[in-house]
Design a protein around this ligand. Structure first.
Ligand code: RTP
Ligand code: MG
Length: 146
């Protein structure tokens, strides 16, 4: 059973389609409105090297070249959010991977439109576990390492 106490962290990426569509504020607004605190924020165009680290579990999959093309197509906003059970909470706010079938009320369900190429354009990334969050925060925010 998930922990119900303590403060967790999550790595969030506002992906290039969201930045291009000026949805950064709307997505961060939803995360803040839920009660999570933003504790780090930056804008950058990801390199292939950082994406290979971030998506280590996907690098050998057939869709990976499309993900690289998608994620290097423009700026992303990387953020760290904190709060109780924040990984579960933000993943719930995001909705599932496919924006076409993500439920209304979720970020991907309300705002996503998956008729783009070269990958599933789904606006936002959120770490899927506390372990993933720690690994990903170290990749995107090495300056926060203690
Ligand atoms: P994310 O890691 O970006 O938060 O998304 P997720 O957990 O919902 O999805 P995941 O399975 O981890 O996939 C990572 C990203 O790769 C792209 N993708 N394309 N079949 C495909 O074409 C495909 N599958 C995954 C998506 O951009 C997905 O968010
Ligand atoms: Mg994932």
């Amino acid at each position: 059973m998930a922990s119900t106490s303590g403060t967790g962290r999550i790595l969030i990426l506002i992906k290039p389609d969201a930045v291009e569509r000026r949805l950064t504020g709307e997505i961060l607004r939803r995360i803040e409105a839920k009660g999570y605190a933003l504790t780090a924020l930056k804008v950058l165009t990801p390199t292939e090297k950082i994406l290979a680290q971030h998506y280590a579990e996907h690098v050998d999959k057939p869709f990976y070249p499309g993900v690289v093309e998608y994620m290097t197509s423009g700026n992303v906003v990387a953020a760290v959010a904190e709060g109780q059970r924040v990984v579960e909470g933000v993943r719930s706010l995001m909705g599932p991977t496919d924006p076409t079938t993500a439920a209304p009320g979720t970020i991907r369900g309300d705002l996503g439109r998956d008729w783009g190429t070269p990958a599933i354009l789904n606006l936002v990334h959120g770490s899927d576990s506390d372990e993933s969050a720690a690994r990903e925060i170290a990749i995107w925010f090495p300056e926060l390492a203690d």
